[in-house]
Ligand binder design. Structure first.
Ligand SMILES: NC(=O)c1ccc[n+]([C@@H]2O[C@H](COP(=O)([O-])OP(=O)(O)OC[C@H]3O[C@@H](n4cnc5c(N)ncnc54)[C@H](OP(=O)(O)O)[C@@H]3O)[C@@H](O)[C@H]2O)c1
Length: 246
């Protein structure tokens, strides 16, 4: 029996990238998994198929988490299909380069509506059904603590995520629910394939372990965060970045 057997997990934004890696890892560890997506139905179906072929259980559920009215139905879908919810991984996020010249109210809203409001509303909806022993994992970024001036708004959203990890950990701790942040370094994904072109050498040079990250590196940290081995870990954010100095 795997250590997450009997548990139900939602991974937001898991049709590709880091989220797909997390969904597949939690399923391999025994959890029944909701693979959430907002646009990429086909790639979400591929993730579900990979999980099922590997002997796991998963469903794909469409919900655009930047839209408040679509958040609670995602949590409801997990409970309706699998009977309960034990783990929420708030992974869905958007990142665009900006500067004082180029940022706009619209790009600000697009980042904050998904990365912060979506995360908070998903946590609120999940907290209504999570029992003692439940875990919420917030995917942050090393850029929260060490921001770049070419991504002001994105960095600010992840700073807000780290603050929420701490305050939500305080609120939910008395109910036996843990909240853990994971702050990745640079991880090669579909979402940054274009923007990272030509930057790999620069990013590797900043990383003590001498390579960019892969989704499975972050998935392994999430697997720890949701396990009983992390039973005394809450309200904090852990760097998983290969020693990257941002
Ligand atoms: N990659 C990195 O180097 C890195 C480093 C630090 C932190 N992070 C964080 O890690 C997380 C994942 O990044 P990634 O690189 O794996 O991203 P990605 O490859 O762009 O994948 C993003 C995922 O989120 C989903 N998504 C996008 N908008 C959504 C919405 N409004 N509602 C629900 N789902 C939505 C996408 O599905 P659809 O296509 O269906 O919309 C996709 O499954 C983000 O929070 C990011 O900030 C990434």
């Amino acid at each position: 029996m795997s250590h997450l057997t009997g548990k139900v997990a939602i991974v937001t934004g898991s049709s590709k990238g880091i989220g797909a890696g997390i969904a597949e890892r939690l399923a391999a560890d025994g959890a029944r998994v909701v693979v959430n997506y907002s646009r990429s139905a086909e790639t979400a179906a591929v993730v579900v198929r990979r999980i099922v072929v590997a002997g796991g259980e998963a469903i794909a559920v469409k919900a655009d988490l930047s839209k408040p009215e679509q958040v609670a139905p995602l949590i409801d879908a997990a409970v309706k299909t699998f009977g309960c919810l034990d783990i929420l991984v708030n992974n869905a996020g958007v990142y665009e380069a900006d500067s004082l010249d180029t940022l706009t109210a619209e790009t600000f809203d697009a980042h904050f509506h998904l990365n912060v409001r979506g995360l908070l509303l998903a946590t609120q909806a999940a907290a209504r059904v999570l029992r003692s022993g439940g875990v919420i994992v917030n995917i942050s970024s090393g850029l929260a603590k060490s921001p770049y001036p070419m991504v002001h708004v994105y960095c600010a959203t992840k700073g807000a995520v780290d603050t929420l990890t701490r305050s939500l950990g305080m609120e939910l701790g008395p109910r036996g629910i843990r909240v853990v942040g994971i702050a990745p370094g640079f991880v090669a994904t579909e979402g940054n394939a274009e923007s990272a072109k030509g930057m790999t050498d620069f990013l590797v040079a900043k990383t003590a372990l001498g390579r960019v990250g892969q989704p499975k590196d972050i998935a392994a940290a999430v697997a720890y965060a949701v396990s009983d081995d992390a039973a005394w870990v809450t309200g904090c954010t852990v760097d998983v970045a290969g020693g990257m100095v941002f």
